[in-house]
Ligand binder design. Structure first.
Ligand SMILES: Cc1cc2nc3c(=O)[nH]c(=O)nc-3n(C[C@H](O)[C@H](O)[C@H](O)COP(=O)(O)OP(=O)(O)OC[C@H]3O[C@@H](n4cnc5c(N)ncnc54)[C@H](O)[C@@H]3O)c2cc1C
Length: 388
């Protein structure tokens, strides 16, 4: 068996790479390998499925804006019945005195990229959202359009359905070895012993990307980090509520008739997650999240937590930013990893970027050079400040 391109990981990133390879005119054979067709434990399925423009660096804004454009043209791209339930309620990122300058600096970058974000002081926020307690707040950045949330399962389903008609082979199974010959990858080995020859390989293995890279002898600082998401009911319904990020890092947003929240993990103290551990950390809700919510939105003093889930961030320990592009020493290995909590919204643009590299030998839509592996090799972080 041989494929011109083998993509390891068939969730949102791998599927997007395959989709845009065909969009860009790639005529060779494509094998999309996935070890769990249910996607039960994939970051894609377990994410909060939100999209924002509020990043600190321009390239991240551009990647999300590309996806926003795709959302706006969803039916042209995927057919008239395509629907991902995009709710454009915005993000509201709050800052106390200590974080206000950062919010202002980010806002300048965002405005330069055409993002529709306003900065409001505590009084303006209180007038706009009367249910919000503004004690301790200096500033809030609110997305007036282009930000919100959607159905990740539907988005993935649209890509995968489209791939069936685009002659992409779905290969069930787990890649457990990667065969290198000189400076190239020759084949991947599957858990059942099958060897599949490869013209090129794309690592789209999400939180497992560091392990997959290691199979090829490549060091990639991407590891799983557990993130718990809690669901609660409240008596009050706030139809206009954006996704709110408190200065403590705690976030909350509506999800249909309930609310979801999280964001109490301490990145500085935590270690890599056990890849099999998907148990939500309930003490985070009791001890850290609920007190913050009750103080920020007094109506949330009386809420009823109903369930929770945990997923794994594809966490880049160097700078919490994506690693996109070819590997400098393994010429037919491409990386599309390490999105660190913002990969769902960036997957379409990142997939397109990889496709452009493969087909045209360079970027055409968004210059992703800043996300290249070279910075990893040099230990030179390219830091995103707005990691939620
Ligand atoms: C709790 C949580 C909330 C999040 N919220 C958001 C959000 O609001 N907005 C946002 O943009 N992003 C969010 N993210 C991040 C986002 O979900 C991820 O960045 C994105 O889904 C990564 O996609 P992926 O396809 O690379 O990884 P995954 O979805 O994890 O897919 C990787 C796939 O590779 C497969 N695989 C791995 N190794 C192998 C192998 N050796 N052989 C074969 N198959 C393999 C896995 O089975 C898996 O299906 C969140 C993540 C979590 C955990």
């Amino acid at each position: 068996m041989h494929f011109d391109i083998i993509i390891i990981g068939g969730a949102i990133v791998g599927s997007s790479v395959a989709w845009y390879l065909r969009e860009e005119g790639f005529a060779g054979s494509i094998g999309l390998v996935e070890r769990d067709a249910s996607f039960r434990h994939s970051a894609t399925a377990l994410s909060c499925a939100s999209i924002r423009q509020q990043f600190s660096i321009a390239e991240n804004i551009r990647l999300s804006q590309f996806t926003l454009g795709l959302f706006r043209r969803l039916r042209e791209e995927f057919g008239t019945d395509a629907d991902i339930g995009f709710r454009e309620n915005g993000y509201l990122i709050l800052a106390g005195a200590a974080g206000a300058d950062t919010l202002r600096a980010n806002h300048q970058v965002q405005s330069g990229e055409g993002a529709d974000i306003v900065l409001e002081d505590a009084a303006a926020l209180a007038a706009r959202f009367p249910w919000l307690a503004t004690e301790g707040l200096a500033l809030g950045a609110l997305g007036l359009s282009g930000e919100g949330w959607f159905d990740a399962h539907q988005l993935l389903a649209l890509f995968r359905k489209g791939l069936r008609a685009r002659d992409v082979a779905f290969l069930p199974g787990e890649v457990v070895s990667i065969e290198r010959q000189a400076g190239r990858i020759a084949a991947v080995g599957m858990a059942d012993g099958t060897r599949i020859g490869a013209g090129a390989v794309v690592n789209a293995a999400g939180p497992n990307a560091g392990q997959v890279a290691a199979l090829a002898g490549v060091q990639l600082p991407v590891e799983p980090r557990k993130r718990s998401v809690f669901v609660f009911e409240a008596r009050e319904r706030f139809e206009d509520m954006p996704l709110i990020v408190d200065p403590t890092g705690v976030y909350v947003r509506p999800e249909g008739s309930v609310y979801i929240c999280g964001g109490a993990e301490d990145e500085g103290l935590e270690a890599a997650a056990d890849p099999r551990d998907f148990e939500p950390e309930w003490p985070l809700f009791e001890e850290s999240i609920w007190p913050v919510l009750a103080a920020r939105i007094p109506a949330f003093e009386a809420i009823k937590p109903t369930r929770a889930w945990a997923g794994h961030y594809d966490f880049n320990t160097l700078d919490q930013n994506a690693v996109i592009g070819g590997h400098p020493d393994v010429e037919n290995l491409y990386l599309c990893n390490g999105f660190s909590g913002h990969g769902l919204q960036q997957a379409p643009a990142a997939g397109r970027a990889i496709a452009e590299l493969v087909v045209h030998g360079g970027y055409r839509t968004i210059d992703c050079s800043a996300f290249g592996y070279e910075r990893i090799a040099q230990g030179r972080p390219y830091r995103e400040l707005n990691v939620i």
